[in-house]
Ligand binder design. Structure first.
Ligand code: ADP
Ligand code: ZN
Ligand code: ZN
Length: 728
């Protein structure tokens, strides 16, 4: 009897063999439901086999194989294997977690016809049907028939509004010959959109990338904010669509998908597009995934997880804002979607385009050394749109009151008078980051995390931004009883309040995770901004990414200094990217842009480079530092992360793991250290860093070491390997 080898969603690094009487070679890549212990679970068949290490009499039989959808393509299975090996994560968990939820359970997926908005009309026979021939109690049928009699055509969406059951009735009536389904009319292109003439720089970029779209290349599309990277994407996508192939576009934030989706739909109105992001419900996700898998969807727009979408005809991958850390998953399988995109492109022999105004140092370094191909856009695409003027406000000279300095307030005032929009950027949501007792120095901290509770004044709550814990505002200091406890420092809510005091007639809009929680909040906000219904925006980095606000001319930046002297070696790189991005919101069309940074360190090289818009200068400085300190991109790193209820258990475990290790000379192992944020969600955390100048040797070492770690007793510990870690 044939044996199937199944990868299951269980935390052990092995695959499982089962008997299956009807399995064939064609079933590789399909899901199978199998017994596992006392349970019944579903996994994916990764191979057929004639032999097995399990004694044949102990081999169990699979319950069945799901054949309602096509098997996962072989290339995608290769990607899963690579991902499992590279990140040292069980294959079954890699595969099953990448699938839509509806394909993970023990049922065959119910495939709904994609919700095409089919029109229906009565046939000649149908027109003869009299309402009185339908029983009075069949109210839905009567209403549907009445509706069909009255209108020439009825779409399935309209039918559904009569009743969810109406579409089923329509199907029955088609069988009876009463109703005919009409072809879907081609999408009417309401307005012809203007396709801009490429700037000389864009033209060079497009030509370079499209010259050879049948060969693997990693392109670093390095263009200042407003240089028109999107237009380059569109042209490259167009050339791949012309070959009948699919394009996968990965973006960091869900909030950006509607905007980009609108751009793509406008440019390619008849091309099927699916949007795969975590904001979808299970049914929507399955539907989008299937359209991609069947090759029907030609443009696939998605966040991180979309890198695992089966795409039979993939011709291009684009990773927009490639430096963004949200491409790296921070729990479970800690994969980098950008890095997997590059692997996938190489495997399919297609181009991958990494777009950024401020590339990650890793990518920049790869471009400098020739591993990636570097194309640059140095000027803004829109005529007359110059890069914004960036200046520092020295807060040692200009005193800050309630977060704002005099020069910034003046500039905001001027901007209001000119009826331009302004943006005050502060990367802290809430009212204030600290609740402080002025007599004993007590501050409110989270019981479960090593972090302070953030004051949310409007809800009279203290919130932990790490674990979500909330508690009521205390009336008095729990330590000394003093009633004079007060919020200290500024968050978005407090800055909003201060601005309202200074500019009582201005229309102020705050944008942070709290204010966009409501469904469609984003769309409303963007609309309000574009309709000039807002004068001053107060926002976090949510606002910084990729949005185009033509009338925005002033950006004020508060509290950026906190990241300047961080212990995290990537903090400067991130701060620069973030400030560049925020600054890039200003002056994108006909309005000149001005950026003011409040700082105590105006001479810091980072601000100096920022004022000159000189990414290269900062990148060179940081690369020199990294080289001396032996940090990435000059070495490859991995962290053994562990957590438990007390730090001693964690450190003991890490020491034991370090003892087991037998690294080659090229691999360096450091001492276990507590995480920068020791406690998170009630657990204490520590890690152990290993690094090597050779990725290959690091990988070989990790493969062996992880097997050894698996032999350690771990009942009180959770551990994981984090390859190419971004957070420490
Ligand atoms: P980036 O993503 O590089 O920051 P965008 O793609 O958002 O820049 O483009 C910035 C602005 O320039 C957009 O309003 C876009 O419509 C416009 N634009 C892009 N290319 C051209 C072009 N060739 N001619 C005129 N305007 C352009
Ligand atoms: Zn006190
Ligand atoms: Zn917490």
């Amino acid at each position: 009897m044939p044996i199937i080898r199944v990868a299951l969603n269980v935390p052990v690094d092995t695959v499982f063999d089962y008997l299956s009487d009807d399995a064939t070679q064609h079933d590789v890549g399909l899901r199978a439901c199998v017994p596992f212990g006392k349970k019944r679970i579903t996994g994916v068949i990764i191979a057929m086999s004639t032999e097995t290490l399990v004694p044949i009499e102990k081999l169990k039989s699979a319950y069945g194989i799901f054949r309602e959808i096509e098997p996962l393509p072989a290339a995608l299975m290769d990607l899963f294997h690579f991902c499992s090996q590279y990140y040292h994560h069980p294959l079954g968990m890699v595969i099953m977690n990448s699938l839509p939820v509806k394909l993970r359970n023990n049922k065959s997926a119910k495939l709904k016809e994609a919700s095409n908005n089919h029109p229906f009309s009565l046939t000649d026979m149908g027109k003869q049907i009299d309402l009185s021939s339908i029983p009075a109690r069949s109210r839905i049928a009567r209403r549907l028939l009445t509706e069909l009699h009255q209108t020439a055509t009825l779409t399935s969406h309209q039918a559904k509004q009569i009743s969810p059951r109406a579409t089923k009735l329509l199907q029955e009536w088609i069988h009876l010959g009463w109703v005919a389904a009409l072809p879907i009319p081609a999408v009417a292109v309401t307005k012809t959109i203007e396709i801009p003439t490429l700037t000389p720089e864009q033209e060079i970029a497009v030509n370079a990338i499209t010259t050879d779209t049948r060969q693997f290349n990693t392109w670093l599309l390095h263009g200042v904010t407003g240089s028109g990277k999107t237009e380059v994407y569109l042209r490259v996508i167009q050339s791949v669509l012309a070959q009948g192939r699919q394009a996968l576009i990965l973006i960091p934030e869900i909030s950006l998908t509607p905007q980009l989706e609108a751009v793509f739909r406008a440019r390619f109105p008849t091309v099927p597009l699916v949007n795969l992001h975590s904001g979808l419900n299970d049914t929507e996700r399955l539907s989008g995934w299937l359209q991609a898998q069947q090759g029907k969807a030609k443009i696939i727009l998605g966040t991180r997880l979309a890198v695992f979408t089966p795409l039979p005809n993939l011709g291009l991958i684009i990773v927009d804002e490639e430096q963004d850390s949200s491409f790296k998953q921070q729990d479970g399988l800690r994969y980098s979607a950008r890095d997997l995109a590059i692997f996938r492109a190489r495997q399919m022999n297609i181009p991958v385009v990494l777009g950024s105004a401020t590339p990650s140092l890793e990518s920049y370094y790869n471009a400098l050394t020739g591993r990636y191909r570097h194309v640059r856009l140095r000027s803004r695409a829109v005529q007359n749109a110059a890069l914004p003027l960036i200046q520092c406000i020295d807060t040692r000279v200009n005193k800050i009151q309630e977060g704002l300095s005099e020069p910034l307030i003046k500039a905001l005032d001027q901007c209001l008078k000119e009826q331009h929009q302004s943006l005050v950027f502060i990367n802290r949501r809430g009212y204030a980051p600290v609740l402080l007792c002025k007599s004993c120095g007590w501050t409110a901290i989270c019981q479960r995390c090593s972090s302070r509770l953030v004051v949310h004044l409007r809800d009279k709550q203290l919130c932990c931004h790490h674990c979500g814990h909330q508690e009521h505002f205390p009336r008095a200091c729990p330590q000394c009883g003093n009633q004079d406890i007060a919020p200290f420092g500024q968050g978005t809510q407090r800055v909003e309040e201060t601005l309202a005091m200074h500019f009582p007639t201005a229309r102020i809009l705050r944008i942070d995770r709290d204010s966009i929680r409501r469904k469609n909040a984003w769309q409303d906000i963007l609309q309000a901004i574009h309709a000039q219904q807002v004068d001053i925006l107060v926002g976090t980095q949510l606002l910084a990414k990729g949005h185009d606000f033509p009338n925005l001319s002033l950006v004020g930046i508060l509290h950026a200094d906190t990241s300047l002297y961080s212990t995290d070696f990537r903090a400067s790189e991130r701060l620069f990217a973030q400030l560049m991005q925020v600054a890039g919101r200003a002056g994108r069309a006909n309005v000149a842009g001005h950026v003011l940074i409040q700082t105590e360190f105006p001479d810091h090289p980072l601000y100096q480079a920022l004022q000159r818009h000189d990414y290269d200068a900062l990148a060179q400085t940081l690369l020199t530092e990294r080289k001396m300190a032996e940090f990435p991109p000059y070495v490859y790193q991995a962290l053994l992360r562990a957590e438990a209820h007390d730090i001693k258990t964690v450190l003991d475990f890490l020491s034991q793991a370090a003892h087991l290790a037998n690294p080659p000379e090229s691999v360096e192992i450091f001492d276990p250290v507590p995480a920068q944020m020791l406690r998170l969600k009630g657990l204490e955390r520590a890690h152990l860093l290993v690094q090597s100048a050779s990725r290959k040797q690091l990988q070989e070492f990790l493969a062996q070491w992880s097997m050894q770690i698996n032999t350690l007793p771990t009942h009180r510990i959770r551990w994981i390997l984090d390859v190419d870690p971004l957070e420490f």
